[in-house]
Design a protein around this ligand. Sequence first.
Ligand SMILES: *[C@@H]1O[C@H](CO)[C@@H](O)[C@H](O)[C@H]1NC(C)=O
Length: 128
Amino acid sequence: MQSKILLPVILGTLLLFCISNRGGATKCNLKNIVVTQTETSEWAHGMSVYAVTVKNTCDCPQSNVMLACDGFNTTLEMDPLKFQYRVDGGLCPLNNGEPVVQGHDVNFKYAWDPPFPLQPAKSTIACK
Ligand SMILES: *[C@@H]1O[C@H](CO)[C@@H](O)[C@H](O)[C@H]1NC(C)=O
């Protein structure tokens, strides 16, 4: 008799827990991908060289990270596996789409004047 009442209560509690856990607590988001740039003292064909560091500040890896790169261009040759730019702009893949992991920053350099904001636009988060 008692278990007939208890079972729905337990199931209901579990269901509620699942829903609230899914809705509320996304652990990491795109804001955890942090881009910092510093102007170096180097020059490339008359343009200042900028050193870019992309950091993941949360312990869920993020792959397919795209940076906004409208108008991007560089006078310094770049490794497309780090940052693949296209002069028609839009979104540029970082790290060849491979996961950006906390503690393993992605670093690259480019040269232009003025610098580009290169803000994260999109990613796939591995854990929620
Ligand atoms: C990009 O920069 C290179 C080097 O300065 C230049 O030759 C080229 O015309 C530029 N491309 C665009 C689309 O601005």
